[in-house]
Design a binder for this molecule. Structure first.
Ligand code: A2P
Length: 286
């Protein structure tokens, strides 16, 4: 068994190394880990890639070789772009699933390494899918915060609305870190302060909650809305179709429950082709 490998190594040493090029390769520029379940990373942005804040793309790594044919296929999943449309790089926020086909490997990615990124952005969590309103609600659980990380850094969010409410429900307090840091950093965001005006961030109301670890506000956002506690805390009325617009991004059960609640308040689901009061997208889990 050793012999052919030794021969191959000798030959490789003597000839130029042939590095297999990934299709649609982008280079990782930064990685940050928040908990044993969450991390974010930044990659180079293809020059031709245009997207609307809130959209997602397919990203991934080359899969393991097929044991029979030896062929490798890309292993791709849908990821919301967490950076805004004006950013020079692209940012992603991801869960780490120990035996998840992609994230078990993606979590070990290092700056300088490459990922595959298909430059075809799509998605429903875009301003174009909503009709004008006064107040926008971003409802997230877990990594569902990602598209809102993009939209919260997007000038149009503050141009279009007087008030921006972001709710984020996570199991544990550490899982709020990425969102909390990002919202804190908005106060010093040069572009937004210049384009929207100093103090634009006062439009933001941030409502983080946890369900399985002690924190200042505990409970599922759905329960806090049903009891009225959330509206009291935020000092806003219950959502209504005249003034409120909403975007939902979380796990499937959460999306369905919240969607039913918004419908009960009289809001109607919108789409790119038919803008209305709210839009929904499932957060990536693997
Ligand atoms: P809980 O701990 O009560 O399940 P996950 O990590 O499983 O995707 O969950 C992220 C957060 O979303 C958790 O705080 C979880 O609360 C909450 N959650 C899960 N399902 C729902 C739902 N149907 N409605 C509201 N919140 C939910």
């Amino acid at each position: 068994m050793n012999k052919p490998t030794d021969v191959a190594r000798t030959v490789t040493d003597a000839t130029p190394i042939k590095v297999p090029t990934l299709p649609d390769a982008q280079t990782v520029t930064a990685v940050e880990h928040y908990t044993d379940r969450l991390f974010s990373f930044r990659v180079t942005r293809p020059q031709s890639l245009r997207f609307r804040s809130g959209e997602f793309v397919m990203i991934g790594l080359m899969g393991e070789p097929d044991p029979k044919t030896g062929k490798q296929k890309p292993l791709l999943r849908a990821y919301s772009i967490a950076s805004p449309s004006w950013d020079e790089e692209l940012e992603f926020y991801s869960i780490k699933v120990p035996d998840g086909p992609l994230t078990s490997r993606l979590q070990h990615i290092q700056p300088g390494e490459q990922i595959i990124l298909r430059p075809k952005p799509v998605g429903t969590l875009v301003h174009d899918a909503l009709i004008p309103g006064k107040r926008i609600w971003f409802f997230a659980t877990g990594t569902g915060f990602a598209p809102f990380a993009s939209l919260l850094r997007e000038p149009q969010t503050y141009e279009d609305y007087d008030e921006v409410i972001i709710t984020h429900t996570c199991r544990e307090a550490g899982e709020l870190t990425y969102g909390r840091n990002l919202i804190e950093a908005l106060k010093d965001d040069e572009l937004l302060n210049e384009v929207i005006g100093e103090g634009f961030w006062k439009k933001i109301k941030y409502y983080p909650t946890t369900t399985r670890e002690e924190s200042p506000k505990m409970g599922r956002i759905t329960d806090l809305m049903n009891s009225g506690e959330c509206f009291e805390d935020l000092e806003v009325p219950v959502l209504n179709p005249e003034t409120d617009r909403a975007m939902i991004c979380g796990n499937l059960a959460f999306n369905l429950e919240l969607k039913a609640m918004l419908e009960s308040y009289g809001l109607e689901e919108g789409a790119n082709s038919k803008p209305a009061h709210y839009v929904v997208e499932k957060a990536f889990l693997d």
